[in-house]
Design a protein around this ligand. Structure first.
Ligand code: DGJ
Length: 733
């Protein structure tokens, strides 16, 4: 019986029409090419998770092997309160329970992706929960979220409202996750999951990835390995406060992921629905590498704005001139960058404000008019200059913020988040405050920042959307008294409304999500953005560690990586220009430097490196990532590579992180190549154009490169030496 249903419920179709099928059967199998999720549901019963893991074709395998979990797919608080719950509701009469039963299971096909909905109803109160599972066609990612519907007339209060509730096998589980701080975001942590509760959380509300990132990998079979092992990966698509909980006991392991409910109980009016953010998961038998590649593919195909188009090589003005923006300097930077082969210039902070010109971080946010004194020819003048130099023009904004010293604040003090009767907490520069995005007027204003610029200057090609503050004062002049606790969630809903409007009107505008560096590296922002600013820390050495962490969950095409000055502004470290380029070339290459301060020799090198990146851009931005030697393994080395889908092209990177005399440098085995192909190797960034490394132009088989590897010892020199090698298939007849 169960077996017959597999074919019917098998979710793996290319149908492009939205088609809705309501059916009733016991087992529902959702399968991607390599993974399967199984639940059971019957009208009037509880829906139950049975299995998530490698792909199964016969569900009897799950039941016969005793691997079936058989636990509620969305347990509610109130009855049988022992295990952790996904939802807790207090009804208007004070009753704190919910008892959900399946009413129907419906499948729909939207844009080729099959969506399965479990429609659940409470037996006593008019609260419905619809649990969604989406199978992303052509990927190994399945996602889940819920809609909580208050079908009654009176409000209810949601004290818990998870997006996902999963059970995974309890064994020797290890987790991988990211942690950090400003300028050291996304550092990788790996640890054994011991019994008890482990939470990945953020309370900053806006820059929600400055500390932890809403993502993780979980192994089922011991320490996480790069190429082998059973690993589940999870990411939450939310850019506000979140909590990912692992509840581990000897007998079970569950994962509850969603918006953090801390100080955030949600008042849901009658006839109102709360949609929780999407939690996406994948499962790999190829260790961490398999998880990363699955997320990267999914991100490019479904989650990233313009995920299928290559990104330009840009120069951002920030570290070059900081607030000292003026016509002459902008033109000089554009001209120099164009000479080096650059494609896009971005004017960062400092270009706006007239009553209060933005000369530092103490004023002007909100006054988005070009400063006439600094830029007498206005934005059009800059665009025209960029055009004359054959490059595109982009601009920085921070539209969710204002300063107490600004015309905007003078006009609309009530647009700022604040606690009535108390002094404002001021952030950056001692005067930055956050606009109240729950307020539709503020939403219009924020939309207008982009819309006005684009209406007046439609040739603006790129916007860097920054946010340099967390949500500090918890209070909204717009939300009614009884709904102040909705602020954390409603702020994000307001932000999303604005971003949706922007994307509907300007789908092709390239936008970068930045939040005081890498504070918005998440899948809540990415659908509206083309990329993220990875960190304000541009030190190439530390970037190797941070980018390694990011690469676990986010694709290289979105990871902005810039070459900056040789005495790094954040760490004070001096590294060779080649090393800085070789690191930045493993992401979306850019520069963050005043070209005027570069020597002619360095400019010539930069020109060659930029030209080289153009040749490998497609492999880096669309290829499959294989991490080879982790910088976290304390070998003084790091190495990775990208391989094109058809395995005809690849790029290999190696970095020396420290140097000790006679240190042991093992050969590095490549990965992801075709063992039967032969590849010609090209040293892409030799310091001396005429002296590439000895590997240059040699032809080696994929088999040799993957089994024996490269003798890095003879290819790398001292500390901060590095190598970027392009591999191209050689046709052999
Ligand atoms: C923080 C960003 O991360 C920087 O890149 C820069 O844009 C500054 N803000 C500007 O104030």
């Amino acid at each position: 019986m169960k077996n017959n249903l597999v074919g019917k419920k098998h979710i793996f179709t290319l149908c492009l029409l939205a088609l809705s099928v309501s059916s009733f059967s016991k087992d529902y199998l959702i399968s991607t090419p390599k993974t399967s999720f199984l639940f059971s549901a019957e009208k009037g019963q509880k829906s139950k998770i049975q299995y998530y893991g490698t792909r199964i074709d016969d569900i009897k395998d799950v039941y016969n092997s005793g691997l079936n979990v058989n636990y509620e797919s969305y347990p509610a608080f109130g009855l049988d309160c022992i295990k952790e719950k996904a939802i807790a509701v207090t009804h208007n009469d004070g009753n704190m329970s919910l008892d959900l039963f399946v009413n129907d299971v419906v499948t729909e096909n939207i844009d080729g992706c099959e969506i399965t909905k479990i429609i659940m109803k409470d037996s006593l109160y008019p609260v419905d929960v619809i649990q969604y599972f989406k199978n992303y066609n052509g990927t190994d990612v399945i996602s889940t979220w819920v809609e909580i519907k208050n079908q009654g007339k009176k409000p209810v209060t949601l004290y818990q409202f998870a997006s996902a509730y999963m059970f995974m096998p309890r064994g020797e589980n290890w987790i991988n996750h990211l942690h950090g701080d400003w300028a050291s975001e996304h550092m990788m942590e790996e640890e054994r999951l011991t019994n008890g509760q482990k939470c990945i959380v953020n309370r900053y509300a806006l820059d929600n990835t400055t500390t932890s990132n809403p993502s993780f990998m979980l192994s089922m079979d011991g320490k996480l390995k790069e190429k082998t092992g059973l690993v589940m990966g999870g990411v939450l698509s939310w850019t506000g406060n979140y909590k990912i909980q692992f509840n581990a006991q000897n007998s079970y392991l569950n994962i509850i992921a969603g918006i953090s409910e801390e100080n955030s109980h949600y008042i849901l009016d009658g006839k109102q629905t709360l949609v929780t953010p999407e939690f996406a998961m994948t499962y790999s038998t190829e260790g961490k590498g398999g998880v990363s590649r699955a997320f990267h593919k999914w991100a490019r195909k479904y989650k990233l704005n313009r995920g299928g188009e290559t990104r330009d090589i840009l120069l951002n003005s920030w570290e070059g001139v900081y607030f000292k923006v003026n016509q002459e300097t902008m033109e000089q930077m554009m001209s120099d960058f164009s000479d080096m082969g650059g494609e896009l210039f971005v004017m960062d902070d400092g270009w706006f404000g007239n009553k209060y010109p933005r000369n530092n971080d103490r004023s002007s946010l909100g006054d988005w008019d070009v400063c006439k004194e600094k830029l007498p020819q206005g934005i059009q003048g800059l665009i025209d200059y960029a055009k004359s130099k054959n490059i595109k023009f982009g601009i920085w904004i921070e539209p969710e913020m204002t300063n107490t010293k600004s015309e905007l604040f003078e006009k609309h003090p009530d647009w700022v988040l604040q606690v009535k009767g108390r002094e404002l907490t001021k952030g950056r520069g001692g005067s930055q405050v956050v606009l109240d995005l729950t307020n539709p007027d503020v939403q219009d204003f924020v939309f207008g920042v982009v819309d006005n610029l684009m209406t007046n200057y439609p040739e603006i090609a790129y916007m860097k959307w920054d946010d340099n503050s967390s949500l500090m004062d918890y209070g909204s002049c717009y939300l009614p008294k009884n709904k102040q606790s909705n602020l954390y969630v409603d702020y994000q809903i307001g932000l999303e409304k604005v971003l949706k409007r922007i994307r509907e009107k300007y789908p092709n505008l390239v936008m970068q999500a930045c939040a005081g560096g890498g504070g918005r590296v998440n899948y809540g922002m990415l659908p509206y953005f083309d990329e993220f600013w990875t960190s304000d820390n541009t030190d190439a050495l530390q970037r190797i560690y941070m980018q390694w962490g990011v690469s676990g969950y986010y694709p290289a095409i979105a990871m902005a990586s810039h070459v900056s000055a040789d005495r790094n502004h954040q760490t004070g470290r001096t590294t060779p220009l080649k090393f800085r380029f070789d690191v930045a070339m493993s992401g979306r290459l850019g520069m963050e430097i005043q070209p005027k301060n570069m020597s002619d020799k360095d400019k010539a090198f930069a020109k060659r490196a930029i030209a080289a990146y153009k040749g490998i851009r497609e492999i880096v931005q669309f290829g499959d990532l294989y991490r080879l030697v982790s910088p976290y393994d304390d070998k003084g080395l790091a190495s990775l590579m990208y391989v094109s889908e058809n395995k005809t092209k690849a790029v290999f990177y190696a970095y020396k992180l420290e140097h000790l005399r006679n240190m042991n440098i093992p050969n590095v085995q490549m990965d992801g190549l075709d063992p039967n192909k032969k590849y010609r190797l090209k040293d892409l960034t030799p310091v001396n154009e005429n002296k590439p490394c000895w590997l240059n132009e040699r032809v080696i088989s994929g088999k040799m490169l993957m089994e024996q590897g490269l003798p890095l010892k003879s290819l790398l020199g001292g500390e901060y030496s590095s190598l970027v090698v392009e591999l191209s298939e050689v046709e052999t007849n």
